[in-house]
Design a protein around this ligand. Structure first.
Ligand SMILES: Nc1ncnc2c1ncn2[C@@H]1O[C@H](COP(=O)(O)OP(=O)(O)O)[C@@H](O)[C@H]1O
Ligand SMILES: CC(C)(COP(=O)(O)O)[C@@H](O)C(=O)NCCC(=O)O
Ligand SMILES: [K+]
Length: 244
């Protein structure tokens, strides 16, 4: 059994896998990380591997206490990956984007694929039919958009995520909800439309903390898979074991 831990810029997520089957899912509190992991391990005593990927501030040494009882693997750029990396600055590419690209390559080999991860940032990652990874786009995520409007203006309140009532916001609050939510929905639909027009037989994967909220607001019919990064971490780890 494998416990995978994804350290994002907002939240730390974990999942236990038996082979390819996800048995349980956790959100860990950064301040109680060790304790939270210990509790998950108590629930699943058959876990033998801890697999971590981080784009956040938590580094490998945070998991060193588990090295006495588990095999701890930190996913880095030195891992084997099943795609060809054509990014011009591969040394700066986010490890989460590499893991998503690996997951998409293994799930749907030799297809044109776009992975949209709506987390702290919204990342777009494109892999073509040759399994060449080209990059994509990085944009502010939903929460970040609400926070930026508040932090960089004098008069705008900090609002929490709410579905807009329509296109035209008739108050400050309604205008912010329309700008943030409709704005991101149009952005995502716009990217999807452009890629679809260019590449036939396109596969789109939507994941991240805001995936479910966004999926049923898009003009394009896309099913969200919130666990895709965790599943892809498990796949990337299996790929490493098979290729070592
Ligand atoms: N309890 C929560 N705390 C923070 N963000 C949340 C929560 N529930 C949903 N979200 C949404 O999830 C997004 C962050 O997604 P997530 O995938 O956790 O990010 P990351 O992988 O970058 O840490 C935010 O934009 C926010 O709207
Ligand atoms: C773009 C990101 C900040 C996204 O992080 P997330 O929203 O998943 O927390 C992360 O993938 C990252 O730090 N990337 C490095 C730059 C790049 O990918 O080119
Ligand atoms: K992201």
């Amino acid at each position: 059994m494998v416990l995978v831990i994804d350290v994002g810029n907002t939240r730390i997520k974990g999942a236990v896998f038996e082979g390819h089957t996800l048995l349980d899912f956790f959100i860990f509190d950064e301040n109680k990380l060790q304790k939270n992991i210990q509790n998950s391990l108590k629930k699943f005593p058959n876990v033998t591997y801890l697999v971590v990927s981080s784009v956040g501030s938590i580094e490998k040494k945070a998991f060193s206490t588990f090295e006495a009882t588990l095999k701890v693997h930190f996913i880095t750029r030195n891992n084997p990956f099943p795609f060809v990396n054509k990014y011009e600055t591969p040394h700066t590419l986010g490890i989460d984007r590499m893991v998503l690209a690996a997951g998409a390559t293994m799930l749907h080999p030799n297809r044109n694929r776009l992975i949209i991860d709506a987390g702290t940032c919204v990342t777009y990652d494109f892999i073509d039919t040759n399994n060449d990874y080209w990059g994509g786009a990085i944009a502010p995520g939903l929460r970040l958009r609400y926070e930026s409007l508040h932090n960089y203006t004098e008069k705008l309140p900090l609002l929490s995520l709410q579905a807009p009532h329509g296109l035209t916001g008739s108050s400050t609050e309604a205008s912010i909800h329309s700008g943030v939510v409709n704005g991101l929905v149009y952005e995502i639909d716009g990217f999807i439309d452009e890629y679809k027009a260019k590449y036939p037989n396109f596969i789109i994967i939507l994941t991240g903390g805001d995936a479910d909220f966004l999926a049923n607001r898009l003009k394009n019919t896309i099913f969200a898979n919130s666990n895709f990064l965790l599943e892809s971490m498990n796949q990337t780890f299996q790929y490493k074991i098979n290729n070592d």
